[in-house]
Design a protein around this ligand. Sequence first.
Ligand code: FAD
Length: 361
Amino acid sequence: MFDFVVVGAGPPGSRFARRAAEAGHSVVVFEAGEVGEPLACSGHVSTDLWAFTGEGAREALLQNEIYGARFHVRGPGSDDYPFYKESVVSNVIDRVGLDRHLADLAREVGADVRENHAVTAVEEHHDRVAVTVSTPDGTETVEARMVAGCDGPRSKVRTELGLPEPDELLHGVLGFDETADHEDFVDVHLTVPRFFAWRIPRGEAGVEYGLAAPPGADVPDRFDRLVSDYGANVTRRCSGAIPIGPPSTVTSRRGFLIGDAAAQTKPFTGGGILYGMTGADHAARTIDPGDPSTLADYEAAWRDDLGTEIRLGRWVRRAYSLPEPIQRLGLRATAGEIGVHMDRPTSLFSLDQLRAWLSRS
Ligand SMILES: Cc1cc2nc3c(=O)[nH]c(=O)nc-3n(C[C@H](O)[C@H](O)[C@H](O)COP(=O)(O)OP(=O)(O)OC[C@H]3O[C@@H](n4cnc5c(N)ncnc54)[C@H](O)[C@@H]3O)c2cc1C
């Protein structure tokens, strides 16, 4: 009997496994495929990422440093409204490499990470969970005191535990042009229903084009138009779901969700790497596998930390759907140097942001 079965070895799953194993718990992680594959993520993160990684990670994973974003109300070549800092705002990283690095950190402290193991069923009992796993050698059932569902936006664990779904799943598409680009601004186009399209320079790794929108919004056609308007030569594509809006509860009797399974994402960018790992740290700190009442502590802790950011992030996202003339007015009035933290919309009301405004005037 393990203390924790973790389903999914993305950043939140591996982070939780590492922290739980460090705390002395026995942990097994089941990953349906190979860690990090297939890629469905831009890997555009705040510099806070490096607080979650180990030695040598920055040198190995960093692809580019970003100082700001140019917002466009229309497509490529249209007027832009730059928002920037004098220091680095964000990093573009090798996301596949990040997942492998975090899984290695979990293994180093004793977590048993098993690839090509897909969880097909979860049963909750009053004193344990029984998890059925499809492995390369057949099906097996493993028992643990608790199960952590870190299995992404379409979480099997969430369904098996009877937990509610996130409010919304956006459809995201990415494509890569291999031409190196070391520019330090990303481009954001508010040309997509209720979300946006983007261009990210990834240094020697080339340029990424992407967009996300509610399903049915002609995502592939819009993506083809974006790439063609940029005149890009996209050689690789991928797509994935982005959950927005956490369900009312992410805990059951002996199970809990972390990361995209719990929709721990930023509603205004879809980014979930940092929020998911933050959720993982709250879970590892609060949950005692022998005491199901501690699940309520996890539920309270992550919502106390991220709930206001997520609520405010939903308001920021509403601006993407304003009529074009109002968007232009708003962008013109606010463009320039900023003091906000990209993961913390509450920093719009911070001293740093006030200083940035005052320095402009
Ligand atoms: C197009 C796109 C671009 C994005 N760009 C960014 C970005 O720039 N920055 C950012 O912060 N976030 C970004 N995100 C979001 C980010 O990718 C997610 O928030 C993050 O991957 C969440 O990690 P996760 O481990 O919860 O889920 P996932 O990354 O989906 O990982 C879940 C893992 O669980 C495994 N799994 C699933 N089912 C089972 C099962 N039954 N048994 C065993 N294993 C299972 C999967 O194989 C997978 O490895 C983007 C997402 C998309 C779709």
